[in-house]
Design a protein around this ligand. Sequence first.
Ligand code: ADP
Ligand code: F6P
Length: 492
Amino acid sequence: MVSTADPRTYDFVIAANRLPVDRHVSPDGTTTWKTSPGGLVTAMESVMHGREAAWVGWAGFPGEAPEPFDDDALRLHPVPLSAEELVDYYEGFSNDTLWPLYHDVIVPPTFHRSWWHTYQKVNDRFAAAIAEVAAEGATVWVHDYQLQLVPALLRDRRPDLRIGWFNHIPFPPVELFAQLPWRGLILRGLLGADFLGFQRPDDARNFMRSCRSVLGTTNRGDVVHWAGADDDRLGAAPRRARAAAVPISIDASGFEHLARSPEVRERAREIRESLGDPEVVLLGVDRLDYTKGIRHRLRAIGELFEDGEIAPPEVTFVQVATPSRERVEAYRTLREQIEGTVGRINGDFSHLGDTAIHYLHQSYGREEMAALFQVADVMLVTPLRDGMNLVAKEYVTARHDGGGALVLSEFTGAAEEMRSAYLCNPHDITGLKQTILRAIRDTPTAKKRRMSALRRRVRTHDVQRWADDFLRALAVAPGKPEKPTHTDGKDA
Ligand code: ADP
Ligand code: F6P
């Protein structure tokens, strides 16, 4: 269980499924810590930089958790997950039940009662770990769909805390959410928070409609009023919680600074040269996830090669597909499909020395990512559904020369803000092909105008603004913490 060895408590506590670093053990037994994958860590790492706080999360490997340790000013509190819990809580309930359900059921969600029981158990463990490290009256910021029961479980233990929760992924329409056998308990878990942040106004509305329809709450403006219930499982205490959109972003000035560095610019030149100095480099960068629309993108690219609209060596496509959730069946199937399709397209359209698609199933450092973005004449961000998509924001930030073009799916949270992108519906393959061609062939002036609007938007709405907006909303949220109970019998 969670170590009790750490006597320190903190006024600010972050809780997420993962710590910002994952432990890796190489075959010779050497242990290294690497930055954890995904947008949550990218965003929160820069927000937390230099801030004194505790971060509660899983250390990325099964079994006993390491003792708490420091990472600059951050105190990291590992929460243990056994191999079985990893299967049932993380791969199962989080990534095979909630993930597909919350992403428009692109693949069918799987419902298993045993997974749900483990999800409850692990959420309770996270709540216990947070309760241990949070100082009296502390602010606790809980993240994402893996920890939806934590707000209420934590409030039961520590009514003195101010609790916020942010969803990095979409919140589904009630028509889909209602499929979840444990829908009432999930909503009740979330209503333990004072403030609930979502990526888009539609996500906040979906949540509020689900509360009304499933729990019978009354909603006024953006505040949900829960009157309590007779059902013991849901808990009787009345609650008020506010729900609103606070779209996440990136550390724009930090990433631009990195992208402008001579090393990154030199690396970008090298990459372009190693690709054979093509006229047009198309780029996709995604976790290998069925929500990212990689198959649709490859279909469009394959047809463009077939139609003779594009051809190597003048045009080449680089697809970086970051390994992700590789033991979940739907992800294994997707990898086979994608690699089969890339192989077929390359077999048909590459020539010796001229590759149609460069496919990379690997993770890279931030410098390499920034260099890759600079090489991309057209960036293809075509998810079927995505909470935000930080890659889109990173791309425009890395293009400090004002060049490049962003093709962006309407079904990303980013599309709400980045209206000057070449917007597309990835389900419409003909439309997607036309949009890609337009992004390649538009005049430099038209492209620059779009890029400059996109860059301005990200610069003025960066990750620090997101964190400030969230924490300000949390500080004034209506669900006032109850007064702490003191053992000396006096009122606080
Ligand atoms: P998600 O959270 O679903 O993975 P986002 O686009 O919001 O999607 O965030 C992905 C983050 O991971 C970005 O910061 C991106 O630069 C980073 N990333 C994606 N692929 C790689 C990779 N192959 N190597 C290193 N970082 C990557
Ligand atoms: O943004 C959704 C999310 O699950 C985040 O929690 C994380 O940043 C990313 O996707 C990576 O997923 P995982 O932690 O399952 O590798």
